[in-house]
Design a protein around this ligand. Sequence first.
Ligand SMILES: Nc1ncnc2c1ncn2[C@@H]1O[C@H](COP(=O)(O)OP(=O)(O)OP(=O)(O)O)[C@@H](O)[C@H]1O
Length: 284
Amino acid sequence: MISVRNLYHSYSNDDKYAVKDVSFEVKEGEVFGFLGPSGAGKSTTQNILTGLLQLQKGEVAVAGYNIKKIDNRMFNEIGMSFEESNLYGKMTAKENLDFYRKLFDVETRDSMDLIRIVGLQGKENIRTKEFSKGMKHRLTFARSMINNPRIWFLDEPTTGLDPAIASEIKDIIREENKKGVTVFLTTHNMYIADELCDRVAFIVDGEIRLIDSPKSLKLAYGDKLVDVEYIKDGKVLKETFSTVMEEDKQRLIRVIGSHDIQTMHTKEATLEEIFIKVTGRGLV
Ligand SMILES: Nc1ncnc2c1ncn2[C@@H]1O[C@H](COP(=O)(O)OP(=O)(O)OP(=O)(O)O)[C@@H](O)[C@H]1O
């Protein structure tokens, strides 16, 4: 659905690259995460893919369209939600969506349905300049679904939202993905990347350092340890066992066989820890 080969971008038109030799493929139906700290080149890449920035160097195809020369039909097939909401402040929420619907020449979704999906019912007749940042974000997110996109570009879809609303937004992304929508998600939030993405690309200083599924990364970079809490002589004891060293494995079997186990957890590396190990940088 998305193919990027040897993409470069320089804002100063010299050899200072914001994006440098970036290559990746996103398959149909996949949730692909672009994970990196501020200034890594995530928005630059997304803006090239969505036609907002002119392609300078490299080969990019989105939904079968070559980005070198934008074909306007591509915009019928993609949806974009930005971190900064760009709504018309003088228009109400419903008017904003009704206006946006007219820009497409494919079937669009009902404005009120979308308003309900993002929990803004009752607010449809309020001008969006009166909206809070979170409400504007939700409306921009709703607007990005209006043309039933096959590919959905989401830039920091849950940033700045309270946890309950962020959770609803994640559920909506999962539901749309289940219907077959391919998702390209840019974020510096490793939790959302971990929860939603089939594969993630780690990007730092404009370069991709690694692409893999969160699960494989955890297996490859996890410490292979298990924390066990068990009861001995009426007291709760806590021990950590290696799941690869033979001596520890035997001891773990003995503890399980002869004591009451209270809790047992494998120690998985978080995506953030893996990111730091691989790139030597944090995600902030
Ligand atoms: N319009 C611009 N003009 C000049 N330089 C820019 C412009 N936009 C971005 N940059 C620079 O390009 C680099 C990559 O920025 P980009 O916005 O793509 O990163 P990002 O990963 O999306 O960061 P953030 O998470 O903060 O949005 C940064 O060094 C940034 O300062």
